[in-house]
Design a protein around this ligand. Sequence first.
Ligand SMILES: Nc1ncnc2c1ncn2[C@@H]1O[C@H](COP(=O)(O)OP(=O)(O)OP(=O)(O)O)[C@@H](O)[C@H]1O
Ligand SMILES: [Mg+2]
Length: 336
Amino acid sequence: MPLFARKLGIDLGTINTVVAENRQILLEEPTIVAIVIAELKMVAWGQTAKDMYGRVPEDQIEVVRPLRHGVIAEYEITENLLADIVKRLCGPMLLFRPTLMLTVPHGVTSVERRAVHEAGLGSGSRDVFLIQQPMAAAIGIDLPISTPSGSMLLSLGGGTSQAAVMAMNTVISAGTTRAAGLQMDESIISYVRKKYGIIIGQPTAELLKIRIGAALPQKDVLSMEVQGQDQVSGLPKPITLSTDDLVDALQQPLQQIVENVKKVLEKTPPELISDIIDRGVAICGGTSLLRGMEKYLTKSLGIPAYRVDNPYTCTAEGAAKAIGMIDELRRSLMQG
Ligand SMILES: Nc1ncnc2c1ncn2[C@@H]1O[C@H](COP(=O)(O)OP(=O)(O)OP(=O)(O)O)[C@@H](O)[C@H]1O
Ligand SMILES: [Mg+2]
């Protein structure tokens, strides 16, 4: 059991939860919980709960994602999840109650913010601070956000895409759209249904996106066979899709991501824009890993976009680091 109070940065994402402390990643798990319906009791979370999906009797065990578009949709489940994370990392006795820095998407309402704050306190923590995800990510990759010059970061997750320009330790202009990983999966599902008359599920759509997907046409066109269901007969039917199919299917959410960034740039003072043009736009989050994403954004925005080295973990790392910067960040950290 640790003999000191822990200081945990927790990136509570729609798809994945990452916990960091002192630049070390302590935990990285899907944000999924399995609940026994009769007792309303959590039996598993993280990868174990994800593995149960579709394999356990649905009338007895429910497998849920407690966050939607980055905000809490299931309050009690989220509180239980946080309590279990704290217990796992700090020991069951909680002799020294930890300090948490929890991330929230840019643009959440005060009610949504308060829910995260209360869920954090309910987990047995001593202090709970909230930080906007783009700011946490910027700190996690050491962007010079404490200086007067502008830095831009684009966080492309599963439920949200957030663009923010930061300087002097504050967010100068920012915007959030729901066009992100899950919406890309939906676009793939509807493309395959409309073009080929075949129904596929979200896990299959996600697999296609990750294995053969791209934001722009690629020289090496990959293909993959998946199992679907014929829309008319209802019978199983295999289908082979190519990278070109995926590029087509993904254009709509990609355009929305670009629109969101453009709107943020329009709201940004020109002096800061020239800093951003010099320095480029940093991109992070799981969706930043889509093939061709950097090139697509660079082309669409006319500003170089580059993927950071730690796209999955920078937000949690930055949140943990921010615990040591409370005074400097005071104006930007959010109260519950
Ligand atoms: N190689 C890849 N290509 C395209 N998408 C990917 C790839 N790897 C992961 N993803 C997508 O990244 C998303 C998860 O990213 P991430 O863990 O950053 O989201 P999150 O932080 O949980 O969500 P949010 O920040 O929106 O609340 C999923 O939609 C997943 O399909
Ligand atoms: Mg995220």
